[in-house]
Design a protein around this ligand. Structure first.
Ligand code: NAD
Ligand code: ZN
Length: 245
């Protein structure tokens, strides 16, 4: 399975990556549901909504701070590094991600489309135009406030009920329609409309290489090569095989 995938990857002229929360599992990022579950009696919906941010900004920001900025061990794993290597080698490899942890960019990858935004930057909730990178210093006092107008800052992620960034999603669909190969890594392909991206690639006749320890919503067929395993183990092996075939 993996050697066939390496062959396809090698032949591909327009490969694209589509990743989800499973891509970051081995970097220590847990999913919203599952074992992380409720945090201080706050549901993922409250922690990722405008109303939650307005009613309990300190709690919501504490969660983001813990999750990312001061969270220990949240660094790109070997699978990220393999993708960065592959992107440089291929010359073109756009990365569409549902993740908000910023790990693709942190790994040195370029042309990263963050369709659900990023937890690494924040902007003014009252939209005065202020925008900043987040770091431990900027999150010493919670909630962080806009230095220009005094409003609360918001993380630059797509919150529940907000639309996806139009330009990012339309380019993602365009890439899906034009690619000949899509690597679908660590996503259950259940969260719409993002989940439509790999289906659009399949409809367009592209081949999908799926890397996931579990079965997903993707159809099983000759255009889908499913490698059942972890991103941090399969990607380095796949890229190595592609290189040395
Ligand atoms: P999901 O939680 O629905 O599915 C995760 C998938 O990853 C599952 O299919 C699981 O089998 C697979 N998986 C688990 N461990 C893996 C590993 N080591 N290697 C490869 N695959 C592995 O995730 P989703 O499809 O991305 O949808 C969840 C939504 O929640 C997304 O919209 C995302 O924005 C958000 N989210 C993001 C993060 C993050 O930024 N890291 C974390 C949690 C949730
Ligand atoms: Zn402001």
């Amino acid at each position: 399975m993996i050697s066939r995938a390496a062959e396809l990857l090698r032949e591909s002229r327009n490969p694209v990556v589509f990743s989800g929360a499973g891509m970051s599992r081995e970097s220590g990022m847990r999913t919203f549901r599952g074992e992380e579950g409720l945090w201080k009696e706050y549901s993922p919906e409250q922690l990722s909504s405008l109303s939650g941010l307005r009613s309990d900004p300190e709690v919501v920001w504490e969660w983001y701070k813990m999750r990312l900025i001061t969270g220990d061990g949240i660094v790109p794993h070997a699978g990220y590094k393999a993708l960065t290597f592959l992107q440089k080698k291929k010359g073109t490899l756009p990365v569409i991600t549902q993740n908000v942890d910023g790990l693709h960019k942190l790994s040195g990858q370029t042309d990263v489309l963050e369709i659900h935004g990023s937890m690494r930057t924040a902007s003014c909730l009252d939209r005065c135009g202020f925008f900043t990178e987040l770091n431990p210093e900027s999150l010493q006092d919670l909630p962080p406030l806009c230095p220009d107008c005094g409003a609360i800052l918001r993380p630059d992620i797509v919150l529940f009920g907000e639309p996806l960034p139009h330009q990012v999603i339309s380019r993602s669909y365009k890439l899906a329609e034009e690619c000949d190969l899509m690597m679908v890594i660590g996503t259950s392909v259940q969260v719409w409309p993002a989940a439509g991206v790999p289906f659009a690639a399949l409809e367009n006749g592209a081949t999908v290489i799926e890397i996931n320890p579990a079965r997903t919503e993707l159809p099983q067929g000759e255009n889908v090569i499913s490698i059942r395993g972890k991103a941090g183990e399969i990607l380095p092996a796949l890229v190595d095989m592609e290189e040395n075939k």
